[in-house]
Design a binder for this molecule. Sequence first.
Ligand SMILES: Cc1ncc(C[n+]2csc(CCOP(=O)(O)OP(=O)(O)O)c2C)c(N)n1
Ligand SMILES: [Mg+2]
Length: 420
Amino acid sequence: MTGTSAIDGTGSSATEGASTDGPVRRTHLSAAPPPTELPSEAPSPDAALEVAGPDVAAPDVAMVQLLDRHGLRVSDPTYVSSLTDADILALYREMRLTRRFDREATNLQRQGELGLWASSLGQEAAQIGAAYALADGDFVVPSYREHGLALARGVDPVVLLKMFRGVDYGSWDSAAHRFGGYTLVIGAQTLHAVGYAMGLQRDETGDAVLCCFGDGASSQGDVNEAFTFAAVNNAPVVFFLQNNQWAISAPTTRQSRVPLYQRAAGFGFPGVRVDGNDALAVHAVVTEALERARSGGGPTLVEAYTFRMGAHTTSDDPTRYRETAEEQYWRDRDPVDRVAAYLRSTGTLDDAGEAAIQAEGDELALRTRRGCLALVDPDVMTLYDHVLAEPGQAAGEDRDVMAELFDGDSDGPDQTDGRG
Ligand SMILES: Cc1ncc(C[n+]2csc(CCOP(=O)(O)OP(=O)(O)O)c2C)c(N)n1
Ligand SMILES: [Mg+2]
């Protein structure tokens, strides 16, 4: 990942040119698509209706893992990490800063400064591991929870908050950051991602698209259409499914009778499940998938098996539908702590290094808070900006009515700030 990071602004890269080590290896991905491991007896519909408990959270099939939950390096028959300890330290730093930023945004919402916040807590390894696999030219199509990827792609944290404060609809420069706008319509962005990838393919840029979506989105028609289009067009796209176990209050058992990565086989492209709380494994798997996409090998579905540690959004209360035991199961598999344990075991991280990252996080949080509080409400007439290339008559009339109503006063005749 070589783009300028919003976190440090240095544009430094820990992983420039990174690829999986060694000669070209036969992998699950280069091999024929994995067989669909349907259970010998299909589960009863009743089983699918059971509410997820701690045992349900345990993966039902093996997944790629390179760093276990205690921070011990483990080997995978297929994937090897290309990351040095210095790379892993850089990755750890971004994970910690992402978590600190996310906590500050949650606090800001609780204090009435944001209308809503969708926390990325628990998904830092999935997002930063994937971010480090990107090349500069690759384009990320996010959903709405990809804050780690956003920061890693250089989006300013305060600009990221704007739409959650209700002062705009998302205003970072997608082309400059190679990071698209957040999409709240579940799954819709997957079609945009495939269309964009097909454009890259026709322009022969050699770049790929990383398309983010969730386990709940995988049930949407849009996502299944996107898979079909990507497959038949051999589009350079990596479908990056963060399976965080929940779609608001619906557990993944309500989305599919087979592990989600296995759906790829039915569309004719490879699928792989990776431990989404293992940044090294996510980096290795996404690196390989992106390389295949860039080199004409077509789409891959990467299912990052992770957990949404917080509420769906700040308007949600997960105690209404899930057990604390499940949360504890995943706390024991924290994606950030395991990297710290590894780095400490190798002497790459000590108390002073940890304190420095903590101080940097606090500074980022303060900068974010100050910037957020300084955001001003936009002039209401900017609502019409950038909507249509050639505003038609209807839009013009609508605009005139609005202008008359507000009479140049952007606070409007009867406007509440709508926050909180
Ligand atoms: C088309 C559509 N249907 C329903 C919703 C309401 N909704 C918002 S988030 C969400 C769940 C999404 O779950 P998942 O795809 O797993 O993503 P996660 O929030 O877990 O990251 C739903 C159903 C929506 N925003 N758009
Ligand atoms: Mg989900």
